[in-house]
Design a protein around this ligand. Structure first.
Ligand code: ATP
Ligand code: MG
Length: 739
């Protein structure tokens, strides 16, 4: 094992093999790198079998990268090593052993939209008004209860005495009954059920304890209670647990993360070795000092040393914008200048913000300026209607118990099955303990429906049945092709002949290429694994290293990543820190940690900005600069006027992006031009927008092949394809390349 690329403290961490080990260190000090090296060293130097190693990463992307690096070092035996997120590891365990707690290996995973659909049914059945008990809050409370390991029964025991909890308890119970009936699990169930399995079947746990002799966890500061218990159970025999983390980067308290897990590691695992890393390899000194000046305002933390030999570097740049458009204009101008004058590429830049809604002002401008960008997270490809429909079909093919997916697609495309027919089916199914799909296979149930509805239901039943018969033998891509042929979804969209329908078709083909990639990546690709992988995708998984695009994302989504230049925008009160932190000191501390995470993503250059006016929730209003700006060490910032941070200014800056007419107009009266988020921004498939399309230009379309642009109207291109005739396509969405 070559340790020359590690400093002494890092080498010590890599060489420590037995017993519990905690690597506690600030951002950019090489924690993730040490974790990967240690795994390689276990295999290479200590002859540990890859199958004895478990590594839990924060994203699937990180898992893939780690696997690739290890594979590079030791070859394909690395396949036997389990690497993945908590959720992915739990899916794997439950697929193998879930039968011990009543789950077949065909269970499907519900995302938040499925969860919502199921909850709606529960509300309806129980006659609970969602005005009295809002659906969102129920969803949130169920998730929290599960993260705290409270089943509906456990919750009732604890809070049943409180009559304001009564509706919630009913809903939680019904939801849990139904999700089980549907042979489905939501994200939190994956953890909860794995723990339940370990409790109910100690021999299964013993098997995993035996197998996973060496366990690794990245970003340990953000583990929640259920995750903590899972690790504790798995490490229960060998105690060879290697975790890395940074208390200052704990930013998921709202999702149940418990910072105590890291603070109390040494209590939980007596004799644990503590290793600190102090050299930062990511950022220059000004950036580190700036980060430190903010985080040190948090009480109850141990001050950490963090130094770099990269030199002082440049001071952070500061910009006080007139409003969000001016802020976007400044950022985009800076990026273009740096690309032009300093040789940066677009992918060197990240624009980080507190809330997803902030991406819009930047997107509007980036589109006009024809600069390639990618929004990480936000409305994702997989949340698009046509993609969710296909996923629901596929889920139903795997698992006929899945009533949520059934209801999503029974009338997609139209099969004349109205609300009444569904109700009849539901009654029938409920009485006999069947799923809705199973009911469609019963002549008696079909007899209850009118002619057209019956035909539709029978046809639907047959389509799913025929696909199901192939599930264990056919390629996922074959099942997909059959599904398209049988349902006629693409044909229907084609007949619509609208731009929107064309975009949907493009997305469906894009989905097909996701399947192709999955099949190439996996030795034994199957539909169950494909569905699990797509459902568990995280924001960071959409980042492709090959794209030369500016990345836009929330600070939460940027965890663990690094970029040469970072724009940290929207540093305003009630935005960052969030309005939720206004009267809550603990929430403010978490916001401050988030600020620390944002600053420490930057390698060479950091730019911070805030706007004096902003449209938020449809209102245009004056804003105050963030308290974090006042905490920042001004010696590390260029162009900041400490006095200027105190008060919002009223005049219009010289280089404002949008013209507001007379500056005497009161800010509150300005009606900002409505900003339409583009489809491109939502799908993230924007690789093509840095090209200017002109009539006469030759292009290549992923599906339609080569053709020539006849006319251009905004982003709508009319293209004559060599073999597919003339089509109108939206340049922002269509998979087009110039040739
Ligand atoms: P975060 O807290 O943000 O997750 P981290 O502690 O996990 O950060 P890494 O991402 O592992 O830090 O490392 C930060 C950067 O420093 C990476 O680019 C990594 O390759 C580099 N790095 C780490 N250690 C060394 C080293 N000894 N020599 C050279 N580069 C290093
Ligand atoms: Mg890391």
């Amino acid at each position: 094992m070559d340790l020359s690329s590690l400093n002494p403290a890092q080498s010590r961490a890599v060489m420590a093999v037995e017993g519990p080990i905690l690597v506690l260190a600030g951002a950019g000090s090489g924690k993730t790198r040490v974790l990967t090296h240690r795994i390689a060293s276990l295999i290479e130097t200590h002859d540990i079998f890859p199958s004895n190693i478990l590594a839990i990463t924060f994203t699937n992307k990180a898992a893939n990268e780690m696997r690739e690096r290890i594979e590079h070092l030791i070859g394909p035996v690395s396949q036997q090593m389990w690497v993945g997120t908590f959720h992915a590891i739990c899916v794997r365990i439950l697929r193998r052993d879930g039968d011990r707690i009543g789950f077949g290996n065909d269970f499907v995973i519900y995302d938040t939209a499925d969860q919502k659909a199921l909850l709606k049914v529960c509300y309806k059945e129980l006659g609970i008004d969602d005005k009295r008990q809002p659906l969102k809050s129920t969803q949130y409370k169920i998730s929290n209860a599960k993260n705290d390991m409270l089943t509906p029964e456990g919750y009732e025991k604890e809070f049943g005495g409180d009559f304001t909890e009564r509706d919630f308890i009913k809903l939680y119970k019904r939801y849990q009954e139904k999700i089980k009936q549907n042979q489905a699990m939501d994200f939190d169930d994956l953890l909860l059920n794995t723990l339940l399995l370990f409790k109910e079947a100690p021999d299964v746990l013993a098997g995993y304890q035996q197998r996973f002799r060496y366990i690794h966890v990245d970003e340990y500061q953000d583990t929640n209670r259920a995750q903590y218990l899972l690790i504790k159970a798995l490490a229960g025999k060998h105690h060879n647990l290697f975790v890395v983390g940074d208390g200052d980067q704990s930013i998921y308290k709202w999702r149940g993360a418990d910072i105590r897990n890291i603070r109390e590691f040494e209590l939980d695992y007596p004799g644990a070795q503590l290793i600190k890393l102090e050299q930062n390899y990511r950022s220059t000194q000004y950036i580190l000092d700036l980060a430190n000046s903010v985080i040190k305002q948090n009480p109850n933390r141990k001050d950490k040393v963090l130094w770099t030999d990269r030199g002082k570097g440049q001071k952070a740049k500061y910009y006080k914008a007139y409003d969000e458009r001016d802020e976007a204009n400044f950022v985009v101008r800076q990026i273009k200048r740096l690309v032009r004058e300093e040789g940066y590429r677009y992918k060197d830049f990240a624009i980080l913000y507190r809330t997803n809604a902030q991406s819009r002002a930047f997107e509007d401008l980036l589109i006009v300026e024809q600069v390639a960008y990618k929004v990480v997270g936000g409305l994702k490809f997989y949340e698009r209607k046509e993609i969710k429909d296909i996923l629901a079909y596929l889920k139903l093919v795997v698992n006929p118990q899945d009533d949520v997916s059934f209801q999503r697609v029974i009338n997609e495309p139209k099969r004349s099955i109205g609300g009444k027919s569904i109700e009849k089916l539901q009654m029938y199914a409920q009485e006999r303990g069947l799923s809705l799909l199973e009911a469609c296979g019963e002549p008696e149930a079909m007899a209850l429906l009118s002619g057209k509805a019956r035909q539709g239901a029978e046809a639907f039943y047959q389509i799913i049945g025929a696909l199901k018969a192939k599930v264990d033998t056919a390629f996922v891509s074959t099942i997909f092709d059959d599904l398209m042929a049988q349902t006629g979804l693409i044909t229907l969209y084609e007949q619509e002949r609208t731009i929107e329908a064309d975009a949907r078709i493009d997305n469906i083909y894009e989905f097909k290429s996701v399947i192709d990639a999955f099949e190439q990546r996996n030795e034994a690709p199957n539909l169950r694994d494909f569905l699990a992988e797509t459902t568990l995708r995280s924001d960071q998984d959409s980042i492709e290293d090959t794209d030369d695009s500016i990345l836009l994302m929330t600070i939460h989504a940027s965890k663990g990543l690094e970029f040469p230049v970072v724009f940290l925008v929207g540093l305003e009160e009630n935005l960052f820190p969030s309005f939720r932190a206004a009267d809550d000191p603990e929430a403010l501390e978490e916001e401050r940690r988030l600020c620390y995470v944002g600053i420490t993503r930057a390698e060479n250059m950091l730019v911070i900005s805030h706007a004096m006016n902003r449209t938020q929730y449809g209102r245009y209003e004056a804003r105050f600069p963030s308290v974090f700006l006042t905490e920042m060490d001004t010696a590390c910032i260029d162009g900041i006027d400490p006095a200027g941070v105190e008060m919002p200014h009223k005049e219009k800056p010289k280089q404002s992006y949008f013209s507001i007419g007379k500056s005497s107009v009161a800010a509150s009266k300005l009606v900002p031009k409505p900003m339409k988020p583009t489809e491109a921004a939502q799908t993230g498939s924007v690789e093509n927008i840095d090209f200017v399309y002109k009539p006469g230009a030759k292009v290549m379309h992923k599906v339609f092949g080569s053709g020539m642009i006849i006319s251009v109207n905004g982003s709508i291109l009319t293209i004559a394809f060599d073999n597919k005739g003339i089509k109108k396509l939206d340049a922002d969405i269509a998979p087009l390349k110039p040739i």
